[in-house]
Design a protein around this ligand. Structure first.
Ligand code: SAH
Length: 217
């Protein structure tokens, strides 16, 4: 149930759902998702669903991880420096570590971050760098980034993150949809591309993420 064949079946399903980027599919096939969730739930690791990871947080659905990774890469095969806000279990960062030279990931809940760090260490993912902080401020000393991924829902994209995006780079974030203010759990997945003279926004699909919260926990 935690084998390579389960991961390969998951990849076939993602392909059927329209994920096309070969490097993204390879990264999902190579990342042991069962090691990012509680052992009691590991039999569900390769189902295409989000799962609880404790402290009220969730590991995203594999389809969403793949979709967001694909959107972040665009036409590129690989990126250099990427920032993720919301480390959570560490799964998305682990997938990104196979698609980028360096991944910088920020989490505001310390026990989750400690556990994610242990996973990166035991899997030998030495290109993932972590920080215990409020991710709304980004990671200024490492900016600019060639891609930024926010994995928690925000009412609007924090200005600091937009400012830390390199020209030509993309930011992916679930943003609470104005037309759905009555449904706090629905967001639009936005892709924001920075050009020489501004930011261009594109809407991907509806998603449901836990909220981006201020301060440390
Ligand atoms: N990417 C994660 C899933 C994210 S769940 C994974 O692959 O498992 C969303 C995460 O964002 C939670 O762990 C939550 O604590 C974190 N988060 C929420 N607000 C944050 C903030 N301001 N800064 C950093 N992390 C934040």
């Amino acid at each position: 149930m935690t084998s390579q064949s389960s991961r390969d079946r998951l990849v076939s399903r993602l392909r059927e759902q329209g994920i096309r980027h070969a490097a993204v599919l390879e990264a999902i096939a190579a990342t042991p998702r069962h090691l990012f969730i509680d052992e009691a739930m590991s039999s569900h690791a390769y189902e295409n669903t989000s799962l609880p990871i404790g402290l009220g947080q969730t590991i995203s659905q594999p389809y969403i991880v793949a979709r967001m990774s694909e959107a972040l890469l665009g036409a590129a095969d690989r990126l250099d420096k990427v920032l993720e806000i919301g480390t959570g279990s560490g799964y998305q960062a682990a997938v990104l570590s196979l698609l980028c030279q360096r991944v910088f990931t920020v989490e505001r809940i310390e026990p989750l971050l400690r556990q994610a760090r242990r996973r990166f260490h035991s899997l030998g993912l030495h290109n993932v760098f972590t920080r215990y902080a409020d991710g709304q401020n980004g990671w200024l000393s490492q900016a600019p980034f060639d891609g930024i991924m926010v994995t928690a829902a925000c009412p609007e994209v924090p200005e600091a993150l937009l400012q830390q995006l390199a020209v030509g780079a993309r930011l992916i974030a679930p943003v609470n949809a104005l037309r759905r203010l009555d449904q706090a759990s629905v967001q639009e997945l936005l892709v924001i591309t920075r050009s020489e003279d501004g930011f261009e926004r594109q809407q991907l699909e509806d998603v449901s993420f836990v909220p981006l919260l201020p301060g440390l926990a």
